[in-house]
Design a protein around this ligand. Structure first.
Ligand SMILES: Cc1cc2nc3c(=O)[nH]c(=O)nc-3n(C[C@H](O)[C@H](O)[C@H](O)COP(=O)(O)OP(=O)(O)OC[C@H]3O[C@@H](n4cnc5c(N)ncnc54)[C@H](O)[C@@H]3O)c2cc1C
Length: 388
């Protein structure tokens, strides 16, 4: 194919979402170009937790929309995305009590049902947890986790009849301008004429931007998860986030639990072109230490291996999304910063509106690429890290 109405570069959750919603709006031929396989990098390794405890209004609104989308995935995301609404439990210690209150009130103000749990309530709800240092819990009963690869596959497959054309195994190699207007995307298999190019290249978004002379401040952190098999009779757990001990976990099907390090945490710098996908023994130990402290019954659980992938982190830990002034037809959509899975679909939906010249229901301008130069980075009640 030599022409397209839009070319989206990158087949992770962000690119798949942008392409899906553009095609769904009737934008025409939308080529989704992915140099490896769909969801093959950060998205496919995501813990894919879908929760709403965010402290700034735009992220909270987007997360709320995301939850609604996953709850209605067949209608809104193209198919069953493996969403399991098993509840999300945030454990709050004394140090974060004020932050917890802020989050709870913000969620309620945005119309979300959240429950404020005492340690006794938590003990009844999740008796496997040792509650040392826990002052309260915030429970989001509707939240849970999804299957990230299936989500991307659904978004792509469902939009094919509307004009989405996936090209996996083909790298984009350039974006061509005439004057200040996008006129083509170059690829290993030739040039595609188009007036719209979306940069959803995840860890390589900076490289794609550099083709247009754009410089983005991005950092990359190696992020690891491990699997354990809980002992017989262990019982069910919701998704758990423990900022005090700095880890999170979620069930993975019936017989496994995924565990990772939670924020605030140090960035583990990594070169996206040279990221070893194995779980190293030191990281395994750093994940297991807080896990076993909080859930002693897992200390003898069978270790089932793990993996490492990449966070692409912006200067304020929020995605960079939207047009670049001075380059007509180019749109940024990257920098998930550790929480971009759930935000991908609602941002993709809103970005499709922007590309079509419409006003989206959720204003994306706080995510604009120029916010750092404007001195308007996003802030979070947590103060740092990827909780938004
Ligand atoms: C271990 C881990 C756990 C996480 N847990 C959560 C979570 O619980 N909840 C949550 O919301 N988020 C989570 N995240 C974050 C979330 O997964 C990411 O923010 C999100 O997946 C990023 O999606 P993306 O589409 O921007 O990037 P990616 O998924 O990396 O996709 C970018 C794609 O672009 C392609 N590409 C790059 N250059 C080119 C080119 N030149 N031509 C063609 N294709 C190109 C790449 O091959 C890649 O497939 C987690 C991330 C990790 C690593």
């Amino acid at each position: 194919m030599k022409t397209a109405d839009a070319v989206v570069i990158g087949g992770g959750i962000m690119g798949a979402s942008a392409a899906h919603f553009l095609a769904r709006k009737g934008f025409g031929r939308v080529v989704l170009i992915e140099r490896g396989r769909l969801a093959g990098v950060s998205t496919g390794h995501s813990a894919a937790i879908v929760r709403t405890y965010y402290s700034n209004p735009i992220t909270l609104e987007l997360a709320k929309r995301a939850l609604h989308m996953f709850e209605h995935d067949r209608a809104l995301l193209g198919g069953d995305c493996g969403f399991r609404p098993i509840g999300f439990l945030l454990l709050i210690g004394e140090r974060l009590r004020a932050t917890g209150e802020h989050i709870l009130e913000s969620e309620r103000r945005h119309g979300l049902h959240v429950e404020d749990l005492s340690p006794e309530d938590i003990g009844e709800f999740a008796p496997q947890l040792s509650l040392d240092g826990v002052a309260r819990g915030i429970l989001e009963p509707r939240s849970g986790y999804a299957d990230p690869t299936r989500t991307v596959e659904n978004l792509v497959a469902a939009a094919r009849p509307w004009g989405l054309e996936p090209r996996a195994g083909v790298a984009a190699t350039g974006v061509r301008l005439r004057g200040d207007r996008v006129v083509a995307v170059e690829s290993e298999q030739g040039m595609i004429e188009t007036n719209v190019a979306v940069n959803a290249a995840g860890p390589w978004a900076g490289r794609v931007g550099s083709w247009l002379g754009l410089g983005y401040s991005l950092r990359w952190s190696r992020e690891s998860d491990l699997f354990v098999e809980p002992p017989a009779g262990f019982g069910d757990l919701p998704v758990v986030s423990d900022p005090g001990l700095r880890f999170y976990l979620r069930p993975c099907g019936e017989d496994r639990i995924i565990v990772g390090l939670g924020a605030p945490k140090d960035i583990e710098p990594v070169d996206p072109d040279d990221c070893d996908s194995g779980l190293d023994p030191g990281t395994r130990e750093r994940i297991e230490r807080p896990l076993f402290e909080r859930i002693p019954a897992l200390a003898n659980a069978r270790h089932l291996g793990g993996y490492a992938s990449i966070y692409t982190i912006t200067d304020d830990w929020h995605p960079i999304v939207g047009p670049e002034p001075g380059i007509e037809g180019y749109y940024a959509f990257f920098g998930g910063s550790g929480h971009g899975f759930k935000l991908g679909p609602p941002i993709g939906e809103a970005l499709a509106d922007v590309i079509c010249g419409e006003t989206p229901a959720i204003d994306l301008s706080p995510f604009r690429p120029g916010r750092f130069i404007d001195g308007e980075p996003l802030t979070s009640a947590w103060g740092e890290g990827n909780r938004g």
